[in-house]
Design a protein around this ligand. Structure first.
Ligand code: GLA
Length: 378
């Protein structure tokens, strides 16, 4: 019989509250062999300035992604000016703990300064000049961490929901081959690094088919693409388990690794009105939907726990191709979902609560991983 590695977890240390240390299993040790369990860190966390994160992250995770500080606007805020200190500390944090370090992200249409796409006279840049900027960016950023950052999200969110290419400035200025160029530059900048295409809603058939087509075309051109990232910004009630199962099966069958790159489960109501331009309507709607401001009630905790267990069972079912599951944030306190799709709500999408206590969802994920591991060892 296998004994589960136990992590001595000091709650008192994590929260400043004087409670006794509790023994809980480490998430990363419960996962199937070969499946990394990652977390996205904010700057305070990778700087070692968040005691809760310093206590939890090295114990439970063996992979880290920078939530924001490797994005174009952060590392390359003006053409030719790079800011690397926070990213350096992030990489050093991952190395100190022997983690698989993910670089996020080299090419995206958001969190990229508008000036990237503008020429000196304020007119849009031409194709060659933008390609040159992209090449310089990728070479400089990846080159700095060559051999130290193990995998990169090279291109993020290039597809529309119907599978057509997003009409981003990248597409409009460079043309369809901007994606291939990004992968080409990335492989040249660090031939050892794994390279991923990352997007959301790949549980939807049309978008997934387009992503698989895209990656096949890239590989047919001889380019390196190791895996597809599905962000996994999911809800408790969506997408269906069948759709998740189907997605994992198809990506695996295409000979690619799946990386669940940004997992969380929104527990608050969503509505079309949240995305509208009428800010008054949005504010009113927000107030009415901040329904768990005083905490998640026990039945909802259970629902979230069940949902997490269900999706982790699927990750284990496809563990020959699911290489990594990364949570988008450590605890409910710092989740971006407190401010998306409307700002100022109290959300509860992750495995640790605001005080750094593992939630029922944490325990149900561990149980789901342990059960399936025991099955595999029978
Ligand atoms: C996308 C990006 C992430 C992050 C989230 C929202 O999923 O890939 O970097 O910005 O949106 O926080």
């Amino acid at each position: 019989m296998r004994t589960w590695p136990l992590a001595l977890f000091g709650c008192a240390l994590a929260t400043g509250i004087a409670t006794a240390a509790v023994e809980i299993p480490a998430l990363k040790s419960a996962a199937p062999r070969g499946m990394l369990i990652g977390v996205a860190l904010n700057q305070a966390q990778s700087d070692g300035k968040d005691p809760m994160a310093s206590a939890i992250v090295p114990t439970h995770f063996n992979s880290v992604t920078a939530e924001n500080l490797m994005k174009w606007e952060a590392v390359h805020p003006e053409t030719g000016r790079f800011v690397f200190e926070p990213a350096d500390r992030f990489v050093a944090f991952g190395e100190k703990h022997g983690m698989f370090i993910v670089g996020h992200v080299l090419l995206w249409h958001q969190q990229t300064p508008a000036a990237v796409f503008a020429g000196p006279d304020g007119k849009p840049l031409d194709r060659d000049a933008l390609l040159e900027r992209l090449r310089t960016h990728i070479e400089t950023v990846m080159g700095r961490y060559r051999g130290r950052v193990h995998g990169w999200d090279v291109v993020n969110e290039a597809l529309e929901e119907d599978g057509s290419l997003r009409k981003s400035p990248w597409l409009q200025i460079i043309g369809e081959d901007y994606i291939a160029k990004a992968f080409e530059f990335a492989h040249r900048a660090d031939p050892q690094a794994e390279l991923y295409y990352n997007d959301f809603n790949l549980t939807k058939a049309a978008k997934r088919a387009a992503a698989l087509r895209l990656v096949k075309q890239l590989r047919d051109q001889g380019l390196r693409v190791d895996g597809i990232g599905e962000q996994g910004h999911w809800l408790v009630s969506w997408p269906s388990l069948d759709d998740i199962d189907g997605m994992l099966g198809e990506i695996g069958a295409a000979g690619l690794k799946t990386h669940i790159t940004e997992l969380d489960m929104d527990v608050l109501p969503r509505d079309e009105r949240m995305y509208g331009a009428d800010l008054d309507a949005r504010a009113k709607f927000r107030a009415g939907t901040n329904v768990y401001a005083d905490g998640l009630p026990p039945d909802k905790q259970q629902e979230l726990a069940q949902r997490y267990a269900d999706v982790f069972r699927l990750f284990v079912k496809h563990s020959d191709s699911v290489a990594r599951v990364t949570f988008w944030g450590l605890s409910d306190r710092t989740s971006w979902l407190n401010n998306f799709p409307v700002p100022g709500r109290v959300n509860h999408p992750l495995l640790w609560d605001r005080d750094g206590q593992p939630k029922p969802a944490f325990h149900s994920v561990v149980r789901a991983l342990q059960e399936s591991r025991k099955d595999a060892e029978k």
